[in-house]
Design a protein around this ligand. Sequence first.
Ligand code: BGC
Length: 747
Amino acid sequence: MKESKKIQNEKIEALLKELTLEEKCRMIHGSEFFKSGDVPRLGIPKIATSDGPCGVRNDFYPDRWFVIGSSADYVSYLPSNSAIASTWNRELAHDSGMVLGREARGRGKDMILAPGINIKRNPLCGRNFEYLSEDPYLVSEMVVPLIEGIQENDVSACVKHFACNNQEFERHSVNAEPTERAFNEIYLPGFEAAVKKAKTRGLMGSYNLVRGEHGSESRLLLTDILRKKWKYDGLVVSDWTANHDTKDAAESGLDLEMGITDNFDEYYLGMPLVRAIQSGEIDEECVNEKVRNILRFLLRVRKIDIEVSSTRGGKTTARAVEVPDRDPGCYNGTIMHSYARNTADEAVVLLKNEKKRLPLKPSQTKRILVIGDNANRAHANGGGSAEIKALYEITPLLGIAQEYGGNTEVRYARGYYVPPKYRERENWQEHSITDEWGADFADRDKRKLSAEQRKATKALKEEALRLAAEYDDVIFVGGLDHDFDVEGADRKNMKLPYGQDELLNELLDVNPNIIVVMVAGSPVDMRAWKDRAKAIVYMSYNGMEGGSALARVISGEICPSGKLAETFPNCYEDTPVAHFGEYPGRKLTAAQKKRYKACAYTEEYKEDIFVGYRYYEKFKVPVQFPFGHGLSYVDFRYEGMELKKKDHTVTVSVKLTNTGIARASEVVQLYVGEKTPSPENPVKELKGFEKVELKPGQTKTVRIKLHLKDLAHYDGEAGKWVQMHGSMEFYIGSSSADIRCRKELKI
Ligand code: BGC
């Protein structure tokens, strides 16, 4: 039976009274790289955390950035958040979370440092693959089931990085100054949903500053918004070495300071805090509050119970005890792999399919040539803290060979040369606070190849061109890898590395039927060959079953149903941040330098709410592929759209028919905008979606219900949401640019 809040609080207070100041401070900072401090005298254990979004990370020595190298930490490799978001399937988000939580528990963790949900404000951001979308509604809808799934397992999620961690360049020292409106409409909703709807037990502050305060010790973010406004009583953990000041860290809503250096006692919330309290500079009550949150956290994940006993003299004593029936979790079960596979299947996005180039039916395909480094590359063990040791990872090449079987010859040619990876540096995390890691990547596009490497490049290209001319069916699998989609460094532009544009054009010269697959965690510029390629498929880092999912889509075993969760602009120069000169930020003025601690750059977020499609639509900027785009092998007919207004809700319904000959799923997207958009508002915004599976010829009526209060904008000056009124246009589409029905409603 669930204990009442009152009883829980009484127990917490009883145990709190037992603790000395030193013990309390020990609990609120790291005692190992991934664990908090414990108090064995009272049975209080350490909180064991682990990265990260794509699976449970490998284990490190407690105080050295070297992996232990045990074979006990191989795990299931889940599709990255960028892939999960492309499914637009809430159930799959839940299932991915459930696997992550189960495996975290199975590995003995209490908190998984995921999901990452920062808004994809800039396609160059190195960590976009860890994040969900450019759209706050889609982020909120996907993050809730993800967290709920994780937390079903007596373990905690840790939604990160709160807030505005939208770039990796100077991530420790860049200041974000979003307008009040953008803050509330774009950057906060995902976190608010994680706190209020998903009831996340954990949240991580960010490295960057927001309005002059570092995210992990910000009074605005952690105290005023999170604790006071959203009434959050879960655990707030800092990012690793994200604190800069004992007083700020102590007096903000932060509970647990973690870091990447091994001087644990000297962390800001360690001995410096003990001394500051003893000298009267800081009130002990702020430590008590953190300890309460930590004890509540331990109770919530059922790591402890608190036993309170009364002595004869009426005094109470308390201590923490283990919970015998805590969920033990498990990892690497085949059932987990089937969940990873289901998500991977729906994360593949068909961007272009001229003249029905795809699918490539196995019965009609005698031989296939697969070209490209990404066909043969495993990605799990890269990207920064999202790296994991995957139990297995099916590469596209393996997936294709498996799918087509022994009657089809599958030949491989690398096609282009990829220099040895930077990511192989073992203790990068130790260097990441000095930004050395980021600097390592600065010249990655311009790496000089040795004479030997140039020779290899030439030979690979010649081989690919020769073979491509001989084969009818050629699949090119290129894109990016974790030297580009990586923590700590942004890309310089959206161009493809390793000479892929040139190679693709030459390949298309000798064989115009080549199918192109782009594997990447963020948009790439495909204009050099996009119009020439008949079929283009996009897949993000799609987990252990990514290669087989891709193969199933290519063969037509399943119809693709992924949709882009972010716009693919033509190039970086076309993005809102580039247009407004808002990236990588302006160097601080002398006055700002005095005001802001450990800050080097600042950004005013001048694009305001015009992020992603909100910008491209408003400013009529053509894009490569719009938000929500993704084709199927079948056609869907949309008809009979209706709007029903009742009390404070509107129900939108539409009839959807699969007019093709295969079972397929479609994401019905609902956008709403003013009939005549005012200058300050987007043309339209995503307000609902439903993913529907239909048999050939089947029709379903899809209903999406929304509350009138969902049609509101934030008035920065008044500091409140203001409901929109007047003539509103409701759009139903297969993407943000492929609107199939529309209807007006007066509100
Ligand atoms: C990252 C976090 C991660 C932490 C622990 C930091 O560098 O920003 O996302 O959870 O390290 O590895």
